[in-house]
Design a protein around this ligand. Structure first.
Ligand code: NDP
Length: 490
């Protein structure tokens, strides 16, 4: 008998085949029962609290502080002191060191953050693990690199930090949006008070641990939690120099009205209703993958989601057929299962909003398709959905659904595609699928969208600016452009 055969002989035959436990398991996250506000490097006991839950199980995860105007005032005061007491004056390369440290700690603790993000927000673990976390760390690395090169970024101008930045973020990419906001602000020498969304505060609160681990001076980063009232108190606070907001167009407009005439700086990253445009010469199988990624990634809770599919008429049938077939292979369910493609809807309110708009689509005359899939009984779920026979005037073609719902429209010529794509109050993103490079450039020139992806979709990179036209907001995040909102020039 050979050595190999002998070993094989000795090992008992397995009686069952079970999966090994996943490394991204619930128990790698330790949660406290109650969280306060992170102000001046310490935890403030909150005067009011609310419960945060897991949208996939409705299980309560922790008690969270609901910051009052007085607590917001303490946070802004701590940020002002930290700004005046040194953060704005320390050498830029020192600032960079802190940012590099934060980036590295995020990488080291990425599994813990990914599990928490999926637990509190409902997104599939493969997305939080492979997209949200690597990108959040990449943003800190990228802006760490700019911290001591600001005069090269803006030649012949003398850049100065703006002061205290108030930052308000949504629930669709909680940690990533935090990174988009905090990294450039700190790199430019500002201090921040950040408010995460009411439904997804936990990764921002875990981030406070990273801030301490990185030994960031107290008060440079402050986190206050709560609902829109807390956001409102931050917006109107007299000692905040700049507001950076990502969220709905409605709240963005209200903030803009509130700040008019105050001299406070403002950037708004708001909603979208992007067109994903497929020409008849596109590689169809790849395009179908792009369509799926464009609208079902993160349950469609994506401001730049490709929620309007514009297909050239001559390939309408094969595209819709391939799309429906692909839809049947999507797995909907437990966000912590690494095979899950579509996780839980973030909240009950969001689920109701999706249901209302989908009912409106069916009522207006569009044809609905949902693949057969069994949804879990507990939690908030919505099956991936495609609407065909959609007219441009339908609400599902006009309004942001922010869920896993796609509306399919057709076009004949490139001119018509541009006209239909631009027929929206928004202008955040678009996708173009064609073999012809010249057509991509022709389309990109004419599409009124901040980002145009060519033969791909939902690609993000910290070096690339992101932001909108029209009701999708103004100001850019990412890239060298992302530094500007956090700088004054003399
Ligand atoms: P909101 O615009 O209400 O929320 C975004 C952030 O602003 C949250 O932190 C929110 O707090 C806060 N906020 C709410 N009201 C105020 C206020 N008056 N002043 C200051 N801050 C405020 O979005 P929703 O979460 O209600 O989502 C509604 C719709 O918005 C979605 O269906 C989607 O269409 C769109 N949306 C777009 C996003 C984007 O990335 N462009 C992201 C999220 C939503 P709180 O969490 O407590 O409400």
């Amino acid at each position: 008998m050979t050595e190999v055969e002998r070993r094989k002989d000795a090992s008992p035959a397995p009686t069952s085949w079970d999966y090994a436990p996943a490394p991204e398991a619930r128990d790698i996250v330790t949660l406290r029962e109650r969280y306060g506000h992170f102000v001046g490097g310490v935890w403030l006991e909150p005067s009011e609290t609310y419960a945060t839950i897991s949208p996939s199980s409705e299980e309560q995860l922790a008690e969270i502080g609901q910051a009052t105007p007085a607590e917001v005032d303490l946070a802004v005061g701590a940020a002002r002191n930290a700004f005046d007491d040194g953060w704005s004056q320390i050498s830029p390369s020192e600032r960079a060191k802190y940012l590099f440290r934060i980036a590295r700690i995020l990488q080291e603790r990425s599994r813990e953050f990914a599990v928490l993000e999926s637990l509190n927000g409902g997104k599939p673990i493969k997305e939080s693990r492979d997209v949200d976390l690597p990108l959040a760390a990449a943003h800190f690395f990228y802006y760490a690199g700019w911290a001591d090169k600001l005069e090269y970024a803006f030649p012949n101008r003398v850049p100065r930090p703006v002061g205290v930045a108030g930052q308000i973020i949504p629930w669709n990419f909680p940690l990533l949006m935090l990174a988009w906001k905090i990294a450039p602000a700190l790199a430019c020498g500002n201090t921040v008070v950040l408010k995460p969304a009411e439904t997804t505060p936990l990764t921002a609160l875990l981030f406070c641990d990273v801030v301490r681990q990185a030994e960031l001076p107290p008060g440079v980063v402050n986190i206050v939690t709560g609902d829109g009232r807390t956001g409102g108190a931050l917006v109107t606070h007299q000692d905040v120099d700049k507001i950076a907001f990502t969220g709905s167009t409605e709240v963005g407009k209200a903030i803009q009205r509130e700040l008019a005439g105050t001299g406070k700086r403002l950037t708004l990253e708001l909603g979208g209703k992007a067109a994903n445009i497929i020409f008849d010469d596109a590689a169809l199988d790849q395009a179908v993958e792009g369509i799926i990624n464009g609208i079902y990634f993160n349950q469609g809770h994506v401001c730049c989601a490709g929620s309007r599919l514009l297909v050239q008429e001559s390939i309408y049938e094969p595209v819709v057929e391939k799309l429906k077939r692909r839809l049947t292979t999507l797995r909907v369910g437990d966000p912590l299962d690494k095979n899950t493609d579509v996780g839980a809807i973030n909240s009950k309110q969001q689920l109701e909003k999706i249901e209302e708009l989908v009912a409106a689509g069916a009522e207006e005359g569009a044809e609905i398709y949902q693949p057969p899939c069994r949804l879990p009984e507990k939690g908030y779920w919505f099956a991936p959905t495609v609407f065909t026979d959609v007219a441009q005037s339908y609400r599902i073609a006009q309004e942001e659904i922010f869920g896993p719902v796609l509306s399919v429209l057709t076009f004949r010529t490139p001119e018509e595609a541009v006209e239909k794509a631009n027929n929206t109050p928004y202008g955040l993103s678009a996708g173009v699928w064609t073999e012809k490079g010249s057509r991509i450039l022709w389309m990109a020139e004419r599409l009124r969208a901040g980002v145009v992806w060519a033969n791909t979709y939902n690609r993000f990179d910290p070096t690339s600016p992101f932001g909108g036209y029209k009701e999708s907001g103004f100001g850019r995040e990412g890239g060298r452009h992302g530094l500007e909102p956090y700088l004054d020039f003399t």
